[in-house]
Design a protein around this ligand. Structure first.
Ligand code: ZN
Length: 111
């Protein structure tokens, strides 16, 4: 039986995501959204879902809407006009609540 440690698993997922990530474009300004500016496993699952404690999602694929801002250019320079976006994410959780799949499906203009 395999050891399951949520955080370690998430870091592995994140690494594999970065390798196969295709270009994600901002629906407002049309510029590429740099990975540092996108919600990731750490910010969504580790620092939000897991941070609450006491409740975990198990044996499920869930869709998540995550609000964030397009605020940096590729070089990390702050934009003059940051704008609000919503990421449509799909996360899959195993029987222990570990995140085994994490994917950005779409970036929307925040409503
Ligand atoms: Zn933008």
């Amino acid at each position: 039986m395999r050891e399951k440690k949520g955080h370690t698993r998430c870091e592995e997922i994140e690494r594999s995501m970065l390798q196969r990530k295709s270009k994600i474009v901002c629906p407002i300004c049309g510029e590429e959204l740099h990975e540092d500016n996108l919600p990731d496993v750490k910010s969504v699952v580790t620092e939000n879902l897991y941070y609450l404690g006491g409740v975990v999602i198990v044996n499920s694929s869930v869709w998540l809407l995550v609000d964030f801002w397009h605020e940096f250019t590729r070089g990390g320079v702050t934009l003059d006009n940051p704008h609000p976006l919503t990421a449509v994410l799909m996360g899959e959780f195993d029987g222990q609540g570990g995140c085994i799949h994490f994917e950005i499906k779409e970036i929307r203009v925040r409503r």
